[in-house]
Design a protein around this ligand. Structure first.
Ligand code: UP6
Length: 272
């Protein structure tokens, strides 16, 4: 998959969200997802409107908004149509199947009703996938497992990562890839597993051009390190784009354009 174009990989997936992600990346020539981690709905909307032309995906932490109200969802959906991108709610589910199914469909956020993609920690085992897919699969949604993390001292390494990939392999209709730092195809495959055309989407956070980390354990790589050196598919950039001033939308748009260009150049170099 590292050497195949995004377009050629559409056929490797049965899940409609996975196909839509690859098609959007190809159409917009952007493998950039912007993580908009702000606490005011108006800032969220204005940043999304500013960076929207340069992204294939917007990643949210909807639960950090101080003024969330479900009417916001309609405004978010309007922006995704205007700018042609998908929503990834970075919920990091981590409970038993029954509980995550309720968290995914209910509560004030009703994540499954609007987020095309969400993610889960594999720590509870395969039951977390069954719980989430009972809600998301009929809606055409998709799930990523967190196989690795970008933080210093992460416990998601070695056998944990391998077992995450094995879990995903058993649920390819709904689990379309990973939050990870590296490619995962074939990892931990058993003789009975058919991995000939195995393809996972690798979305990678911990991306920055101007810094190598923060004071709380985050570690950054450049778009080229992630996409060319490690073969990741989509770069996730947060503070590197929205910075410290949530009102400086013009600056953010320029930064998003730069990350998009670097991410795409690294991809073209990779498939060349
Ligand atoms: N995120 C990581 N690392 C992971 C998983 N998720 O940073 O392994 C998420 C964070 C944040 C974003 O929750 O929303 O990606 C990274 O933000 P930043 O670019 O501002 O550091």
């Amino acid at each position: 998959p590292q050497a195949q174009s995004y377009r050629a990989r559409v056929k490797n997936f049965s899940n409609p969200t996975a196909k839509a992600i690859l098609e959007t990346v190809e159409r917009k020539k952007s493998n950039l997802a912007v993580s908009v981690d702000v606490t005011k709905a108006e800032d969220l909307l204005s940043i999304i409107d500013g960076v929207g032309p340069y992204v294939c995906m917007i990643k949210t932490h909807i639960d950090i908004l101080e003024d969330f109200d479900f009417s916001l969802i309609e405004r978010l959906q309007h922006l995704s149509q205007k700018h042609d991108f998908l929503y990834f709610e970075d919920r990091k589910f981590a409970d038993i199947g029954n509980t995550v199914a309720l968290q995914y469909s209910n509560g004030v956020h009703k994540i499954a009703s609007w987020a095309h993609l969400t993610n889960a920690h594999p720590v509870p085992g395969p039951s977390i996938i069954r719980g989430l897919s009972s809600v998301g699969l009929p809606l055409g949604r998709a799930l990523l497992l967190l196989a690795e993390m970008s933080t210093k001292g992460s416990l998601a390494v070695g056998a944990y990562t391998t077992d995450a990939v094995r879990m995903a392999r058993q649920h390819r209709d709904f689990v379309v890839g990973f939050i990870a730092q590296n490619r995962m195809e074939g990892l931990g495959a058993r003789p009975e597993d058919d991995i000939t055309n195995e393809d996972f989407l690798i979305l990678t956070p911990g991306i920055g051009l101007e810094s190598r980390g923060d004071s709380m354990g985050q570690q950054y790589r450049t778009p080229r390190e992630a996409v060319y050196d490690s073969g990741c598919d989509i770069i996730i950039v947060g503070r590197g784009i929205y910075g410290t001033d949530p009102k400086a939308v013009g600056t953010m748009a320029a930064k998003a354009e730069r990350y998009m260009a670097e991410g795409w150049a690294a991809y073209l170099e990779r498939i060349a």
